[in-house]
Design a protein around this ligand. Structure first.
Ligand code: GCB
Ligand code: CA
Length: 904
């Protein structure tokens, strides 16, 4: 039995391994605990070490970039880090072959044992083995201490993909590390860190299935051995359904490649999406003389057949499936990429619960736990190597790509869930050489195509049973011209019309164009999505690039319909299952790409519920915007004291939905296209919403509690006394801040009795076609980027007709015009920003005519992209309310946000 023991169970592992040593072939111990880490290089180490070197205790998985990728300093540490750990080798292992197995280290690892070089590995997303047998010290004691040191270098390297990408390249040993003790006779441990045994199913039908096993084992002992190779297939219940045996005599040092063919399995229990049935294959090698088990490897076996068709899409076991699902990155809030397995599994579970059947493991191979979960849960998968945006035109880069592809295939090919091997994500997005240098550009494209061909043919040779795919970006013509759409068996399209560029209907146009022009090429929408910050809402005018939940949901609605209604579209992997780290990003959530349909800590956004309502086959009823539990708005009527806002109910039941507010029915709505839309008259305080629908004699319910902060229309109201107001100037959205239980409302013009601005206009970035108000900059010194990014320019006054009393007033400013150069994000297609100049401005701020801030401007607090806020107490008297005036001295006045709170 292969034994994999995870962190925390180390002690147990040691005990078990001692007890069962003779019964089992190999010992594999996960050694994640008790490591030491040093950030930076150490001169002379591991030969010698100065006592001045500081080591911190850590356990694996680990990355050194968790905090610096989120701070206000651009960039993050991409350099060297050292890890070390003492391992204790039992004397019983004296004649064993000892390996270290690394799940992954980003991105070049050099492994030493007792100060001597054991091996190196290039590439941050695949596993590798290091043979350490000859470097170990064996003493006379029952166990002997040995020192492992690992240098991990995460520096940018032009020869190692990825070169550039919209995600963070966290450095460190961020997957499990195991110590493996093998008998001298063992399955190949030197084949790209695979388990040395490869399973294929040459022919599968509902009637019967053939299974072939290929592998290699070796005899590292000093004498010839008579051996017995046995492969067994067992069903899920453990019942034997096939067995093959072979006797071999291996000379000392000899290797033996084997192929085992099983008699066809009759009436196989097929693996499919609804019933992901797994058989298990165990391959053992035993000493034929004394029956001792020498090694054993076990693999999952899924019996299925599949095909992709340019006109009709995907078929699994002869049945058509629309592949719908998500792409996924491997990180999580506060722990970056150093996830325990359970969190990887949870993501696949989230996808399954969404009704998804397809996972694009993007943009690199992820933890084996992900694919194990896909096998177990019935999720069809595509896996790819991290060649993103561009290549380097040399042999070292090409060989690294090819080697990564080979490692990926050999390490993961036994997972029945995998149907596609992909490579080169949007590889023409950021080409080298200027467009004007057509000769060199053309040559570059030829080099890209040549490399694609090499990767593609390697893939088909390694694994003819899967399909190959290149995911391309929207620049259709370039991919056609470069010939990239002809090389793989499937073309993936990453499309963002109506987000970065163009308009929403362009999406369907691109699909139709592919269908018309590339008639024989199956197509998958490998990405589509829109950013959404769950704090930002706009129920009336959601628009492109506003980061509201509402626009993102609308975007998904349009895209989903286009995919679902086109039979030739194999399916879609939305971008992305969860928000993820991308250090270079700015905008409302700096350093995070918020195109997830869940947040970075996996809170469900509305778009997730939208997909559930479309894809889940069991009865489904959910209150949309169930994550938006802190809302605000202005009372529309001083008598009833309510504010009406819409709430959508998602359901896959066609039957009418009733919505109750605090137990009282708001009526019945028959869902259209899976959505029942209600207008809810929210009251101040807690509002209990309950949606109810019945079908086939069963009743389905969902409940949400919304806290509503109702604002008086007239600030002098005695029935709803003024408490506080938070306004985002230049903004059309509502910003819900749960930790502080505050809601920021969009600006409005002043009208008597109420509040609002006088004069000015919203800040709009010049020369950009995609964002109709606000800036996309990372505002430093605040977590409230969304508030600071919008601004009213040329404002003369902000007036609040509050009753007499004591108030706290806070004004928020940020200079949004800046000459600071930022590296352009390559994904921001169509973002032709004009260069901004440093601006000089200066103005006075007065409260009811009294000076508050003098000469506020670019020569003092208003530094570009920097948050500045000023707070004061103010007594409003004589029925005069509060009038904040902005008097320009130089340039125009600005105001980004304002908070007024009654404090008496
Ligand atoms: C893409 C890329 C992906 C990005 C995504 C985005 O096309 O393939 O890596 O994260 O767009 O959000 O811009
Ligand atoms: Ca604002």
């Amino acid at each position: 039995m292969t034994r994999i023991i995870k962190r925390g169970f180390l002690l147990l592992a040691t005990i078990i391994s001692v007890i069962t040593l003779t019964a089992q072939g190999r010992i594999q111990q996960c050694i994640n605990t008790n490591w030491q880490f040093h950030k930076g290089d150490i001169a002379g180490y591991p030969d010698k070490e100065t006592s001045a070197t500081t080591w911190e205790k850590t356990s694996l998985p680990h990355t050194w970039n968790t905090t610096d990728v989120l701070d206000d300093e651009p960039g993050y540490y991409r350099g060297i880090g050292w890890y070390r750990k003492t391992i204790f080798i039992p004397s019983a292992w004296n004649h064993k072959e000892i390996y270290l197995h690394f799940g992954a280290a980003q991105q070049v690892a050099t492994v030493y044992v007792n100060g001597k070089l054991a091996g190196t590995h290039t590439g941050g997303y695949t596993a590798f083995n290091c043979r350490i047998t000859d470097l170990l010290i064996h003493g006379n004691d029952s166990v002997t201490a040995n020192e492992i040191s690992v240098k991990v270098d995460n520096s940018h390297n032009e020869n190692i993909p990825p070169l550039s990408a919209d995600f963070t390249f966290f450095g460190g040993i961020y997957r499990d590390v195991s110590l493996v003790a093998l008998n001298p006779v063992h399955f190949d441990a030197e084949n790209d860190a695979s388990n040395g045994v490869f399973i294929t199913t040459p022919q599968v039908s509902a009637v019967n299935a053939t299974v072939d096993i290929k592998g290699q084992f070796c005899n590292q002992s000093s004498q010839a051995r008579r051996l017995l190779l046995v492969s067994r297939i067992a069903d899920r219940a453990g019942k034997l359904v096939g067995e093959q045996q072979q006797h071999i005599t291996l000379q000392a040092g000899e290797r033996y490649p084997f192929t085992t063919q099983f008699a066809a399995i009759q009436n196989p229990h097929l693996w499919n999406i609804e019933d992901p049935y797994l058989y298990h294959v165990t391959t053992t090698v035993t000493d034929a003389d004394n029956q001792q088990l020498l090694d054993e490897v076990s693999n999952p076996l899924g019996l299925r057949w599949f095909s992709f068709d340019a006109a009709q899409g995907f078929f699994l076991n002869g049945k058509h499936y629309k592949l719908m699902g998500a792409s996924r990155h491997q990180d999580y809030k506060d722990i970056s990429n150093a996830l325990p397995d359970a969190m990887h599994v949870r993501d696949v579970q989230l996808l399954k619960e969404m009704g998804g059947n397809f996972l694009r493991v993007a943009h690199y191979p992820q933890d084996p736990a992900v694919l194990e979960a896909c096998d177990r849960l019935g999720i069809v998968a595509s896996v790819e190597i991290p060649v993103v945006n561009r290549i380097t035109e040399n042999d070292t880069f090409a060989n690294n790509c090819l080697h990564m592809q080979e490692e990926m295939i050999r390490q993961y090919c036994n997972h029945p869930s995998i149907v596609i091997w992909a490579y080169m994500n949007e590889v023409l997005l950021s080409p080298r050489y200027n467009a004007t240098d057509t000769v060199r550009r053309t040559l570059y494209y030829q080099h890209v195509a040549a490399l694609a061909k090499r990767i593609d043919s390697l893939t088909r040779k390694e694994d003819p049973s899967r399909y190959t795919m290149i995911p391309c970006h929207a620049d259709y013509n370039v991919y056609v011209k470069a010939g990239l759409v002809r090389i793989p068996q499937i073309v993936g399209w990453n499309l963002y019309s109506g987000w970065y560029s163009g308009e929403l209907p362009d999406f369907a146009r691109t699909l139709d164009r592919h269908h018309k022009e590339l008639t024989d090429k199956p197509l998958i929408v490998t990405e589509y999505g829109a950013d959404a910050d769950i704090r930002l809402h706009n129920l009336t005018t959601p628009q492109r690039f506003d980061k509201t939940v509402e626009y993102a949901t609308h975007f998904h609605d349009v895209y989903y319909e286009a995919i679902a209604s086109r039979p030739f579209v194999t399916g879609g992997a939305l971008w992305n299952l969860a928000d993820f780290n991308s250090e270079g990003r700015a905008e409302a959530n700096p350093h995070i790409n918020t195109k997830g349909i869940t947040t970075i800590d996996r809170k469900l956004k509305d778009s997730y519920l939208f997909y559930q309502s479309k894809l889940v086959t069991t009865p489904f009823l959910r209150i949309g915007s169930r994550a938006w539990v802190l809302r605000s708005g202005i009372a529309e009527d001083s008598a009833t004291l309510t504010c009406t806002q819409s709430v959508d109910i998602y359901t896959n039941q066609g039957t009418p939905v009733i919505l109750l507010l605090n137990g009282v029915s708001l009526g019945t709505v028959t869902p259209v296209n899976g959505v029942a839309g209600f207008k809810v008259p929210f009251r101040d305080g807690i509002n209990q919403l309950e949606a109810v629908a019945s079908s086939n004699g069963k009743t389905y319910k969902d409940m949400v509690e919304v806290r509503f902060l109702l604002q008086p229309a007239n600030l002098a109201s005695t029935v709803l006394p003024f408490k506080e107001l938070n306004i985002s100037l230049g903004d059309q959205r509502q910003f819900s801040d749960e930790p502080l239980q505050q809601v920021w409302l969009p600006e409005q013009p002043y009208h008597p009795g109420s509040w609002g601005y006088v004069g000015g206009q919203p800040f709009v970035m010049k020369g950009n076609k995609r964002q109709s108000y606000g800036s996309d900059k990372n505002i430093l010194g605040t977590d409230y980027d969304a508030i600071y990014e919008t601004q009213r320019v040329g404002i003369r006054q902000f007036k609040l007709d509050v009753p007499d009393g004591d108030y706290e007033i806070t004004l928020l400013f940020a200079e949004l015009l800046s000459a600071v150069k930022h590296e352009a994000l390559v994904y921001n297609l169509d973002n032709n920003k004009t260069k901004e100049d440093t601006i000089t401005r200066s103005f006075d701020v007065l409260i009811n005519g009294e000076p508050f801030i003098n000469h506020l401007g670019s020569d003092n607090y208003l530094q570009p992209e920097q948050a500045y806020s000023a707070k004061t107490k103010w007594h409003a008297g004589n029925g005069q309310g509060i009038t904040i005036s902005f008097n320009a001295i130089k340039g125009e006045t600005i105001l980004n946000g304002l908070q007024v709170r009654r404090v008496d």
